[in-house]
Design a protein. Sequence first.
Length: 153
Amino acid sequence: MKGLLVVATVLALVLGIVWLQFYLNRFWARRRFIAAMKRPVIDCESATKIQAAFLEIMARGETPYLVVATQEAGVEVPEQCMEGPATTLDISFRAAKRLHWQRNVLVFRVSFNGIPEWVRVPAPAMAGLFSAETGRGVVLRESLVDCCGQLGA
């Protein structure tokens, strides 16, 4: 009986340590992700608005979705997510990896059907950013955001 109690205690301790490690890894990944988004000084007004909306959405613990004008110059989005003149991308820390700014271009890596691919979105191609949970966010190009059916009033 004593041996069973020792095994149960050790198992509980190990599970507690695993859970703590998992939680801390997520916490630090989220902090690094947010820091990467707000680190650069951006000289483009639309990128600054996107950056501010992103930080507000992440501060509320919600999922940021970026509306991208796919036919703009410099946009590199995998064919699988092309949905017409605009597409919506999940840019949360769970979905987008290695997110960073290269001047006024947002660059990150995402997986589509298990295949990791780079996405590049110049600031002029950003039509809006919104929260998946509440629909609140910023609209930069109303015609494209409306055609995607995002950002309800």
